[in-house]
Design a protein around this ligand. Structure first.
Ligand code: IYT
Ligand code: CU
Ligand code: CU
Length: 315
């Protein structure tokens, strides 16, 4: 139905604090397999608003994954654009808020938790990125309107959702070498965060990615996953909080087997990335919506990483 094929804001109940926002591809026909398309939508309020739920609408046969970013300025002014290579998603900083991947359960925010957008949050636009995998389903030239519905409220939420991103900047994977680790660690020196979901991301050479909290020398798993499985946000293993004085650490295990040249960190599918994302909530009184860690940590620290972090997950 082409009438569903537009992004729009619904003021569902007059005089209520609630709105829902549809962010849809504007009836696109991806031209080749593995096309990344992006569309931008202005946050429909200049006041602070809170996203409390995400409802995915994706054609299962063609959409490989969807990611929602928040940013100040989208990379393009077009109704949609190719955001796979040259043109990215946002100009300047961007923050990931939601990821949907085929064959993975969708992420739910806990009660009383919302992502803060609009107002002074620095999030004026949503950018939706869709990775179209197999496009043979488009032989009939139908148009795709996959996307998300965001349920939003202007009512301040007790807890603010945020993302802590651990990423490696300088890993080099030698060709033929069976195992290369990318280690990342930072001391945590802010108000407590309560992780509830995690996401791993590498390209083809990643075998397993694990994230931990280290408190008094004891390593507690936040999440461990194969980056070759759908790269959605998965629920954390058990309740782990992170507070002032803890260390947050992650390891990506790569293999250089079958490669003929060195692999570096970079943006193409021939490059690699090592990312561990923690989705957390935090008391709104001192909330920090985005944090990241790019340090390699001290070598001695990783001598104590649990063995499971080195065990590849075969898929
Ligand atoms: C070099 C690298 O690892 N890039 C990652 C992490 C990253 C995410 C965001 C870096 C920046 C960001 O603003 I959001 I600077 C990366 O590009 N990861 C991809 C997506 O961009 C989210 C991924 O799928 O995790
Ligand atoms: Cu994908
Ligand atoms: Cu990547």
């Amino acid at each position: 139905d082409p009438s569903e094929c537009v992004s729009r804001t619904h003021q569902v109940f007059p005089n209520s604090n609630n709105i829902s926002v549809d962010i849809r591809m504007p009836g696109v026909v991806p031209t080749g397999s593995d096309t990344y398309l992006c569309t931008a939508f202005r946050v429909p309020t200049s006041r602070d608003a809170y996203i409390v739920d995400f409802i995915p609408h994706a054609s299962m046969d063609t959409v490989h994954h969807m990611i929602l970013f928040g940013c100040q300025t989208p990379a393009s002014k077009s109704s949609y654009w190719d955001c796979g290579s040259v043109q990215g998603t946002c100009q300047g900083e961007s923050a990931i808020m939601y990821a949907w991947a085929r064959n993975a359960p969708p992420t739910k925010l806990p009660k009383d938790v919302g992502f803060k957008v609009g107002g002074k949050s620095g999030m004026s636009y949503f950018v939706l990125q869709i990775h179209y995998g197999d496009v043979s389903a488009f032989k009939d030239h139908h148009r795709d309107c996959s996307g998300l519905t965001l349920r939003m409220t202007s009512k301040p939420q007790p807890f603010i959702a945020g993302i802590y991103l651990l990423m490696s900047e300088d890993t080099v994977i030698p060709p033929g070498k069976r195992v290369t680790n990318a280690d990342i660690a930072c001391d945590y020196s802010s108000y407590p965060i309560y992780p509830f979901a995690f996401r791993t991301h590498t390209h083809h050479l990643g075998k397993v990615v694990s994230g931990y909290r280290i408190r008094d020398g004891k390593w507690t798993l936040i999440g461990r996953q194969s980056p070759q499985l759908p790269q959605a946000f998965y629920p954390v293993n058990k309740e782990v909080n992170v507070k002032y004085g803890d260390t947050i650490a992650a390891r990506c295990v790569f293999t250089g087997e079958g490669q003929t040249s060195k692999t570096y960190i970079g943006g193409t599918s021939g490059d690699e990335m090592c990312n561990f994302y923690i989705m957390y909530y935090m008391d709104s009184r001192h909330a920090i919506p985005f944090m990241n860690c790019m340090d390699t940590g001290v070598k001695e620290l990783f001598q104590h990483i649990p063995d499971e972090a080195n065990v590849p997950i075969n898929v």
